[in-house]
Design a protein around this ligand. Structure first.
Ligand SMILES: *[C@@H]1O[C@H](CO)[C@@H](O)[C@H](O)[C@H]1NC(C)=O
Ligand SMILES: *[C@@H]1O[C@H](CO)[C@@H](O)[C@H](O)[C@H]1NC(C)=O
Ligand SMILES: *[C@@H]1O[C@H](CO)[C@@H](O)[C@H](O)[C@H]1NC(C)=O
Length: 538
């Protein structure tokens, strides 16, 4: 064969392989999860936990951009149950979001198969139990979405990936905690911090000279946490699906619900080093230690625990320094900076101010004075089946209102494709954390004090990080930009679980008159029906 023909033949083969790759359906991964009660010993004494396939924390989901995840969940508990996927965007498919406003709970003895697609996503996230204060019984696990082969990742492959789930924890059973909230009383401070489900003894093994990726998520209930490793720097590389400017930190603040990936190189004399997780800006500091163990370790942990400045400004400055690497790729081959969010005109400004108060003599929390009470029917199903009287779009103001807090099934209506500015204002003395399901948003600004239109002067309109969970410092504001490109009913909530449970949340109904499947999928064939949706035809 002539050289040219050979070349043509191989080109043809390459082309047909390319076509097969393009045409092939995105891969499927199947999971079967059994949810049970079981004995756990996070603080050395027996406690009742909620296990997934007998595991606490639950199994880790490792997948690749665009994978379909089919997760059949069997509820063996004595109460209804839901799993939600913080950070998985469930594009066009809020039915699968697994919060009570979108999905009917799985009754005891029954199962439900979630069908998720991690469409155009990479990064480190986690799942958790969204109903009935189950989050306090465990029931969380990591989700790790790797880049597809051939899509460049802006750092060399690490020697290994470690998941580090950190979070505050109560020794009290979740039912007792829930009863306390239901009776109108606040919770005490948490008892301890867990690292990967353990109050002590967590260990990461490393080999000298090698670099490891740590995916750190705060799966706790209310405390901001600081993570650090004695004598080791951490290079931040990814925040909730965004590759960042790679900055070295000696310690990292991880607020409730947030996830970060760092690279740690075992470049110190071979011995054991402290890993420290401590609560931030709390009346009393909780602290839990673990160990970074070198395979050729010559000795035990020693020396003082590494410290962190107890300064809110330090934390704020660290947050502001976390920026997107505009030239690095994300889930797609094009650079993350090719979407110029700073040049898009804002079509609406939503200001959300939090408050606390009493309703019927019971402690409640509110957003723009509305304290969220769930309806008897998931809002998304009411929408889909056109059931009147479950909620009213626009039942919460998009500007702060004066006056006492009131009960409401709060739903904010917004137009599909609107480009929205949301300002969170926190007048409290604790660090808040906010999560928006279905979306990733640009954190354009945060500052102490009261937000005003003049605050926009300090916005980062160039390389702000895009993420799904953001903190708001005490007596401070945080502003985000979000392109509402995902039709559905999406939960916007406080990640401080007591406050979320007692009303600090709402739903954003991202609405279009179009009924095209290009904009939103239909209800899943296997969807469970409950409340007033029972008897409707899917
Ligand atoms: C429950 O599990 C069975 C298989 O064991 C499956 O066929 C069925 O679709 C599941 N039910 C739901 C509602 O997903
Ligand atoms: C940004 O990403 C590019 C492309 O991967 C990489 O070469 C560069 O080192 C990164 N820059 C920083 C500051 O992280
Ligand atoms: C944004 O608004 C300005 C002023 O109203 C207008 O000139 C500009 O064309 C708009 N830009 C886009 C991208 O719509």
């Amino acid at each position: 064969m002539a050289v040219k023909e050979k070349y043509n033949a191989s080109l043809l083969i390459v082309l047909s392989i390319l076509i097969i790759v393009v045409m092939a359906e995105d891969p499927y991964r199947y999971f079967q999860w059994h949810i049970t009660y079981g004995d756990i010993y996070p603080m050395g004494v027996k406690q009742q936990g909620i296990l997934i396939n007998k595991m606490f924390p639950g199994p880790e989901i490792r997948c690749v951009t665009n994978d379909n995840l089919i997760i059949n969940v069997f509820n063996h508990l004595d109460e209804p149950f839901l799993i939600s996927w913080a950070g998985i965007q469930n594009r066009k498919n809020s039915f699968q979001d697994g919060v009570y406003g979108t999905t009917c709970p799985i009754p005891p003895g029954k199962n439900y198969t979630y069908a998720l697609q991690v469409k155009d996503q990479i990064g480190s996230f986690y799942y958790f139990r969204s109903l009935g204060f189950h989050k306090a019984a465990g029931g969380f696990g990591a989700i790790r979405i790797s880049s597809r082969p051939l899509i460049p990742v802006p750092f060399p492959p690490p020697a290994d990936d470690y998941t580090v789930l950190i979070g505050d924890w109560y020794k009290t059973n979740h039912k007792a905690l829930r009863a306390q909230l239901d009776s109108g009383r606040k919770l005490p401070l948490p008892d301890v911090i867990l690292i990967n489900g353990r109050g002590s003894g967590a260990k990461l093994n490393v080999q000298p000279g090698k670099t490891y990726r740590l995916s750190i998520s705060n799966v706790g209930l209310q405390n901001s946490l600081n993570f650090r490793i004695q004598n080791h720097m951490m290079k931040l590389v990814e925040v909730e699906g965004r590759h960042t400017i790679q900055t070295q930190f000696s310690s990292l603040d991880v607020h409730v619900g947030q996830s970060y990936s760092v690279l740690v190189t075992a470049n110190q004399p071979p011995k054991d080093y402290y890993i420290v997780v401590s609560s931030r800006f709390t009346p009393q500091t909780l602290i839990t230690g673990g160990v970074l163990h070198y395979s050729n370790s010559a000795g035990d942990v020693s020396g003082p625990l590494p410290d962190v400045p107890d300064s809110m400004s330090w934390s704020l400055n660290q947050a502001r320094s976390i920026r997107t690497n505009l030239t690095a790729g994300g889930p797609r081959p094009n650079p993350q900076g090719s979407y110029h969010y700073g040049m898009i005109n804002v079509t609406r400004t939503i200001r959300l101010v939090t408050s606390a108060g009493q309703i019927g003599g019971k402690q409640r929390y509110a957003v723009n004075s509305a304290s969220f009470y769930p309806s008897d029917t998931p809002l998304k199903l009411a929408d889909y089946f056109k059931i009147d009287g479950v909620y009213k779009p626009g039942s919460i103001s998009d500007q702060p209102t004066s006056g006492a807090i009131f009960p409401m099934t709060s739903v904010l209506q917004a137009d599909y494709k609107a480009f929205v500015e949301i300002v969170f204002q926190n007048w409290d003395n604790i660090v808040q954390s906010w999560h928006f399901d279905g979306y990733s948003f640009f954190v354009v600004g945060m500052e102490f004090g009261k937000w005003s239109t003049a605050s926009r002067k300090i916005y980062n309109l160039n390389d702000a990080v895009s993420r799904c969970t953001v903190q708001v410092y005490p007596r401070s504001w945080t502003a985000i930009y979000v392109a509402l490109d995902n039709v559905g009913m999406w939960n916007l909530r406080s990640e401080l679980w007591e406050r979320q449970y007692l009303g600090q949340q709402l739903y954003m109904r991202v609405y279009t008159t179009s009924t095209s499947l290009r904009d939103e999928y239909q209800i899943p064939k296997n969807a469970l029906l409950c409340g007033r949706a029972i008897g409707h035809h899917k």
